[in-house]
Design a protein around this ligand. Structure first.
Ligand code: GLC
Length: 554
């Protein structure tokens, strides 16, 4: 067990000012996709020792905590979200000793470590699934998963009409001879065929996840990101759903409709309470953040009721267009819903499942400028913030060639959905050609593009106007917001403006320049301009933080 972080935030008042806030309530978390962060052994895959070797980048960046996407034993059918042994490190990522060394090194630097837990499904290669196939229908082994008889003559059709998120049906028929009548059951997988869903009604499943949480808590982790928290409970009877509410294959991962019976069932909250009981039985403010793609902010707030998860990702900003009214509405909805349950908001611009911000909001220089402006918006909002590795470089998505695509959605959708590899390309650290210091082999697990020389960490470190310097400055200044009440301000058309205590934030998402606020500039996401009458102007696609001055605008 490693030491606790040295830079422990004191208990302080939350933005709402009502209850004392723990370290995570306004922390900046940095998501590491281990396969794409840093490769220490030259096999083309990132690994845990690679993460340890690059921790100083994260110290200089100023993040409070890491979230490591899965590094557990896995056949990698879904980038490690198909877990075959949740209490061991996959050899491609290193060993448990490497993990312990990473936690110790992070804690020494005052950085907390959180890891993924994947409770909705296991890998088909988890021993339980093999046992279930062996044991046959009606067995306790099958009851840990969701096995059902098929419909139609001979049970040849899936038990219901649910599609999988990655395309195709959410059911696969088990291999083998079947029962005396030759009937074979089907098993449910909301994701890939290789990811059988677990049955959380089964007490063995719940006990096993208590054990998994304890295993990592005992090794010193500070918390968890709960994968697909919105899928853990299944609708009783597994009825058909109205397929017109299901997003198409190229929609990506999106907020589901309320009528989509696959998600957000009320029964899951009892399971999350179980997670919370385990967390609270450990000292040191351990936490969990939920991945819950749910229809609206009110449903999201249910995941962070006082005895459930501590945080729940707010994906509204990953879906909002670059439009002041849209952004403001997304923020208002989220703040209101979270205030109702006394939980902080958890702002997300990007992750390994959604297009990178610099591509989603535009292309080339426009996309980059908007990504920078969005970062200063995200980091000024009250609550916690999650960054995705590469955000601090304003990396764009990459057009990965067909033959290099690895995401299961590509095959499962019959090549209709290119999947998420474009946002998972390895990090460029230095140099002027692939693999840009990520590895010693150019044969990286996803190919790295030409033309990234100016985007590397080394290049951006040398350029004071770079996105890397912008993020560093923003994280340095962020303490100024701590406990600062949030209030909307009047804003010019196309803009949104708010104050956080003594700081004023103006985001120009419109088409023309607008007058600068009166106070001194603390930080701007891009160059500022001169107005016709000598006053400064804020150009489009730019956010500025200013010190609040003089008579207040309302
Ligand atoms: C989550 C993960 C995603 C994965 C899915 C299935 O949405 O973020 O990457 O494919 O769960 O585990």
């Amino acid at each position: 067990m490693s030491t606790r972080p040295g830079r422990v935030a004191a208990v302080r008042e939350s933005g709402a000012g009502r209850r004392p806030a723990a370290w995570w309530a306004d922390a900046v978390f940095y998501q590491i996709y281990p396969r794409s962060f840093a490769d220490s052994n030259g096999d083309g895959d990132g690994d845990l020792a690679g993460v340890t070797s690059r921790l100083d980048h994260l110290v200089r960046l100023g993040v409070d905590a890491l979230w490591l996407s899965p590094f557990y034993r896995s056949p990698m059918a879904d980038g490690g979200y198909d877990v075959a042994d949740p209490c061991d490190v996959d050899p491609r990522f290193g060993t448990l000793e490497d993990f312990d060394a990473l936690v110790a090194a992070a804690h020494e630097r005052g950085i907390r470590v959180t890891v993924d837990v994947v409770p909705n499904h296991f890998s088909e290669q988890h021993p339980w699934f093999g046992e279930a196939l062996q044991a046959g229908p009606g067995s306790p082994e099958r009851d840990r998963f969701v096995f059902r008889a098929g419909r139609g003559p001979g049970g040849d059709e899936p038990p219901n009409n649910w599609p999988s998120v990655f395309g195709g049906p959410a059911w696969t028929r088990v291999p083998g001879a079947g029962d005396a009548a030759g009937r074979r059951q089907w098993y449910l997988h909301l994701f890939a065929r290789e990811q059988p869903d677990l049955n959380w009604d089964n007490p063995q499943v719940r006990a096993e996840f208590d054990r998994i949480l304890r295993f990592w808590l005992d090794r010193g982790v500070d918390g968890f990101r709960v994968d697909v928290a919105h899928g853990m409970a299944k609708e009783p009877g597994l009825p058909d759903l109205d397929l017109s509410v299901v997003p198409g294959p190229d929609a990506g991962i999106v907020m589901p409709a309320r009528a989509d019976l696959r998600w957000d069932r009320d029964g899951l909250h009892e399971y999350l309470r179980g997670f919370r009981r385990v967390l609270d039985s450990y000292p040191g403010d351990r936490m969990a953040v939920g991945e819950a793609w749910v229809p609206d902010a009110e449903r999201l707030a249910r995941y962070v009721r006082p005895d459930e998860l501590n945080l729940s990702f707010n994906f509204e900003l990953t879906q909002a267009s670059w439009d002041a009214a849209d952004l403001r509405a997304a923020i208002e909805r989220s703040l209101a819903a979270m205030a109702g349950v006394g939980a902080p908001c958890t702002w997300v611009l990007a992750n390994h499942d959604v297009e990178r911000t610099a591509t989603r909001l535009g292309s080339g220089a426009t996309g980059r400028a908007r990504a920078r402006a969005a970062a200063l918006l995200q980091l000024a909002l009250p609550g916690a913030a999650y960054l995705y590795n590469g955000d601090e470089l304003a990396l764009p998505n990459v057009d990965v060639p067909d033959e290099a695509l690895r995401d299961p959605s590509w095959e499962r959708s019959g090549h209709a959905d290119r999947g998420r590899d474009g946002e998972r390309v390895p990090m460029p650290w230095s140099g002027s050609a692939p693999p840009y210091g990520f590895s010693t082999t150019p044969d990286t697990w996803l190919p790295m593009p030409d033309g990234w020389a100016s985007l590397t960490v080394a290049a951006q470190r040398a350029d004071p106007a770079s996105t890397l310097h912008l993020y560093r400055a923003a994280l340095r200044l962020r303490h100024r917001f701590r406990g600062g009440p949030f209030a909307w301000l009047d804003a010019p058309p196309g803009c949104l403006a708010f104050s956080r205590g003594t700081v004023e934030v103006l985001v120009n998402a419109g088409a023309g320049a607008v007058p600068m606020p009166a106070g001194a500039v603390l930080l701007a996401s891009g160059p500022l301009g001169d107005g016709v009458q000598g006053g400064g102007v804020l150009p489009p696609d730019t956010t500025v933080w200013t010190r609040r001055a003089g008579p207040r605008r309302r």
